[in-house]
Design a binder for this molecule. Structure first.
Ligand code: GDP
Ligand code: MG
Length: 426
């Protein structure tokens, strides 16, 4: 089995918790894109964890985790994340963590660039991108400029250091243009000296490892960070991440472009949330927003920022399902809607006096208004339900309605953040 677990919406759908749950039946979990801008919260019998770089499978004994060539890795952050897990009693070693030699290294100057540019945008336009300021866009830019460092280079530091002065000189042209002090190659070298050797231990040819594993019948899961609407090509550019968050990219970003996915499981939230800037047509404001945000605990795992919230968005979710080629859906956080007599759903957008149901081009989204419809809520606690027969009729109706409106099959429904708080629908 080669399964991808991807986000259908704007991110924070609960991918981490679903990977933690479903990885029971998998031998390997790979992250295939993004960096430490991810925040996956996982709660299980071993504790409560927030993972930024490490695949969520790291919390299961016996599962091997892979960080693929599609990722950008901040060495300092990874070192800290590994230490934090170890102190919580989770073992992390080259036995259960393998980092692709082709993965890209996020540099401290990429973080600086991200901050400089967000601040410039804020001043110049009042409209920053809402970046997590962790250097992700600049490091992906460096990758495509062919100026980035790759983790495989950590194995041969002398060679890497020879390449360093020219890269620093090139980077300083940008930094000076923002009015900041230029960097010294020696300072940049320190980053590699401090963290390079430690991280190099995990670096290997993960493509060969995954192909061997696949041949010997092992099950492989690909874990996405962020949702379809944050994809660099298909999302709400420029309010997206800088990587491909979609399932079709998983084999490429994980290091096995020769292998085909068996299935794609889309993680879809029972309502909507969105961190940062950009069009969010179904957005709630005022009291309505506060009630939903409080019920869902919608504050970013990576940044602590209050997330924007709204009701379930059919237009955006249908598009997300299509982008992800999702065969099955896990509907998450249904319990968050427990306290509602009536639940709203955004079924269409209103554009120039006409109702549309195809997700439009980003610029057009600015002119779209949501069309809300109401359905009956269940208005009772479903967090203890573990079988579909235990769900109130209205909750079941809500699930069936989303299946119909989005033309998808909902296989799992989560009703709490803990690993076991879920219902298998079929
Ligand atoms: P990810 O980035 O897609 O992995 O999602 P996040 O971890 O950033 O955000 C999901 C949040 O919802 C986390 O705080 C989870 O602990 C929490 N969560 C996940 N599933 C459920 C659920 O079914 N019910 C509730 N109430 N919380 C959940
Ligand atoms: Mg998250």
């Amino acid at each position: 089995m080669l399964t991808s677990i991807c986000g259908i919406n704007w991110g924070d759908e609960g991918k981490g918790r679903m990977v933690d749950l479903l990885s029971e039946n998998y031998d390997i979990v790979c992250r295939y894109q993004g960096g430490n801008n991810a925040g996956h919260t996982v709660i299980n019998e071993r504790g409560r964890f927030i993972l930024n770089l490490l695949p969520s499978g790291i919390l299961r004994e016996g599962v091997v985790c892979v960080m693929g060539p599609g990722m950008v890795i901040d060495l300092k952050h990874l070192s800290g994340e590994i230490k934090a897990l170890r102190s919580a009693g989770i073992s992390v070693s080259p036995e259960n963590l393998k980092i692709s030699d082709k993965a890209i290294i996020t540099m401290p100057y990429n973080v600086l660039q991200d901050i400089m540019e967000e601040d410039r945008l804020e001043k110049a336009t009042g409209k920053p991108y809402g970046s997590t300021r962790r250097g992700i866009a600049p490091v992906y830019a460096d990758k495509y400029m062919k100026k980035a460092f790759r983790t495989g280079e950590l194995k041969n530091p002398e060679r890497l250091y020879r390449r360093l002065p020219d890269i620093v000189e090139w980077k300083n042209m940008t930094i000076k243009a923002y009015g900041f002090e230029p960097l010294k190659a020696e300072e940049v070298k320190e980053y590699f000296e401090t963290y390079g050797r430690e991280i190099a231990e995990y670096v290997t040819d993960t493509g060969a490892f995954l192909n061997d594993a696949h041949k010997s019948g092992k099950n492989i899961m690909f874990e996405a960070q962020l949702g379809a609407l944050r994809d660099i090509d298909y999302g709400i550019v420029p309010y997206t991440s800088s990587s491909s968050t979609i399932a079709a990219y998983a084999p490429i970003g994980a290091g096995v472009p020769n292998l085909k996915l068996t299935n794609s499981i889309g993680i879809m939230k029972a309502y909507s949330s969105c961190v940062g800037e950009g069009p969010f047509t179904c957005e709630y404001f005022g009291e309505k927003a506060e009630k939903l945000r409080a019920a869902g605990g919608e504050y970013g795992a990576a940044t602590g920022r209050p997330r924007r919230v709204g009701p379930f968005d059919v237009v955006a979710s249908r598009y997300g399902i299509r982008c992800q080629g999702a065969d099955e859906i896990a509907l998450t956080k249904l319990d968050v809607l427990d306290g509602y007599e009536e639940i709203e759903i955004c079924t269409r957008y209103l554009l120039d006096g006409k109702e549309i149901d195809e997700f439009p081009f980003t610029d057009v989204l600015d002119d779209c208004k949501p069309v809300f419809e109401k359905v009956k809520g269940w208005n009772k606690d479903i967090s203890k339900c573990r079988k579909k027969e235990e769900l109130p009729k209205e909750a079941l109706d809500y699930i069936r309605l989303l299946e119909k409106l989005c033309d998808c099959r909902i296989k799992y429904v989560s009703v709490g953040a803990e690993r076991e708080a879920y219902i298998k629908m079929y």
